[in-house]
Write a protein that binds this ligand. Structure first.
Ligand SMILES: Cc1cc2nc3c(=O)[nH]c(=O)nc-3n(C[C@H](O)[C@H](O)[C@H](O)COP(=O)(O)OP(=O)(O)OC[C@H]3O[C@@H](n4cnc5c(N)ncnc54)[C@H](O)[C@@H]3O)c2cc1C
Length: 434
């Protein structure tokens, strides 16, 4: 997949450049004996950690112009998670190496690990390190309310930028070698601008469309169809993408932005989101009245068959509410003159949970593409496996689009990969950012 390689090129290119510039800097300044065996790797670890952190911020900037770099915002979030983890691990490696360096030179561990230990201790850096570790652990906290988690999570980016920039600037290599200094400043500006745009500017300057509520109708026990009509501009989008929804009239939630896949077709005037009620915001949606204004920010994401034009045989698998992007894609297929062969699976626990089954059955035969549709209920048929799907298809040159919870998507992707489907033919969308 082209955009995956773009992200891979960008990340590996940035990491290699950082390392080369450090080596070039040391060649100019000199590789003194004090650098070995611990101090040199410790410096590199910190610079690489900072590079990862700056790129992690860039990956989730929510700027449509940058989406192709990372393969869409949804892929950007996955990349952000990995880069964020690497930034933390490298930062810890930096401190461990510094500690080993101090011990090898007979300096007390307290100078490296304990704030206010002595005049030599870099108290601000040590405190920033512990705060970052604490905040980093919060990134994996699943029970905290999303808005609180997000506020804490945003602090990580800010502290990382300030802390690492401060620590890095004190390093003699950066101070004395201008190309490395300029590169670090570029990374710092990219990271800081991404953070500032996302936290302060997105709500005002992001791609925003005003819509009015047509209706918010309940389907089954816990799903709501939110149907919206444009007030002025209509948002154009690719089927399968998602947008952030803000509801200024729900006062308890008026500042929140919630991502939802679009379940209508771009050829339709009305925009539809199909929402499973899981928490306070989604449960409040049915109280929206006709005409209430809703702000839509988007579209975002790379989960759209239009981006994968060469793949003519596709498997679409939506589990539970993970069916939503496929509803938009199927609705679009009805008017899309772009023949493909598609095997479409809608997985739910029981038949009653399959609230979009009727809609899909009414449409899939009308599509220009040839679609085989299966509604799979796990309560009576057990889990659907990749091996079973491969048997249905019979051929091996197909691409798979998967949408659902992270656990489902990861498990299915691993199964298809074990069957020999290459990574670039497995296209994922998780319905969660955390
Ligand atoms: C790309 C993407 C597409 C999605 N598409 C759909 C969809 O089509 N239909 C659907 O029902 N759900 C979808 N979701 C999930 C949906 O965003 C959450 O269920 C919703 O935001 C929960 O809000 P809540 O306050 O009701 O629940 P809460 O109880 O507050 O949260 C439940 C879960 O949703 C996550 N969440 C809560 N608020 C946000 C937020 N502002 N931003 C991101 N995640 C949040 C939480 O981390 C938690 O895991 C999608 C999520 C993503 C990331």
């Amino acid at each position: 997949m082209r955009h995956f390689s773009r992200a891979a090129y960008l990340i590996s290119g940035a990491l290699i450049l950082t390392t080369i510039l450090w080596i070039a800097g040391r060649i100019e300044v000199g590789f003194g004996p004090e650098l070995w065996p611990w101090l040199a790797p410790s410096q590199i670890a910190m610079l690489l950690s900072f590079t990862c952190a700056a790129l992690a911020l860039l990956a989730v900037v929510r700027a449509q112009a940058l989406e192709p770099l990372f393969g869409g915002l949804d892929q950007g979030i996955r990349i952000h998670r990995r880069l964020g983890l690497w930034a933390f691990l490298l930062m810890i490696a930096h401190v461990v190496l510094l500690l080993l360096d101090a011990l090898s030179k007979g300096i007390s561990a307290g100078v490296i690990l304990v704030p206010f230990w002595s005049d030599e201790a870099r108290t601000i850096d040590i405190l920033a390190f512990y705060i970052l570790i604490g905040l980093g652990l919060f990134a994996y906290e699943r029970r905290m309310r999303h808005e609180r988690w997000l506020a804490l999570h945003r602090l990580i980016g800010l502290l990382f930028l300030i802390g690492t920039a401060h620590a890095a600037m004190e390093q003699s290599t950066i101070r004395s070698y201008e190309p490395l200094r300029i590169w670090i400043i570029i990374l710092l500006l990219a990271g800081a601008a991404s953070w500032f745009y996302r936290v302060f500017l997105f709500n005002t300057f992001g791609p925003r469309y005003r819509y009015g509520v047509e209706h918010a109708t309940t389907r089954g026990s816990d799903v709501v169809d939110l149907v919206l009509r444009p007030i002025d501009r209509r948002m154009m989008y690719q089927p399968g993408t998602f947008a952030f929804v803000r509801t200024p009239t729900l006062s308890a939630h008026r500042r929140e932005l919630h991502p939802f896949s679009i379940s209508s077709s771009p050829v339709e005037r009305d925009l539809r989101f199909s929402v499973r009620q899981v928490g306070d915001f989604t449960r409040a949606l049915p109280s929206l009245a006709k005409g209430d204004e809703v702000e839509i920010f988007g579209p975002f994401g790379g989960f759209t068959p239009l981006r994968f034009a060469p793949y003519r045989r596709m498997v679409w698998i939506g589990a539970g509410i993970g069916i939503t992007p496929f509803l938009g894609m199927l609705n679009f297929e009805v008017s899309n003159r772009d023949f493909r062969r598609i095997w479409f699976y809608y997985i739910t626990r029981t038949p009653e949970d399959a609230v979009y089954d009727e809609e899909i059955r009414a449409r899939f035969l009308k599509a220009d593409s040839l679609i085989d549709y299966t509604q799979w209920t796990t309560a009576d048929r057990g889990r659907l496996s990749a091996a079973r799907i491969a048997e249905d298809i019979g051929l091996d040159d197909y691409a798979v689009m998967l949408c659902g919870s992270s656990a489902f998507v990861d498990d299915m992707a691993a199964q298809f990969h074990r069957l020999g489907v290459p990574h670039q033919r497995i296209i994922l969308e998780e319905l969660q950012f955390r």
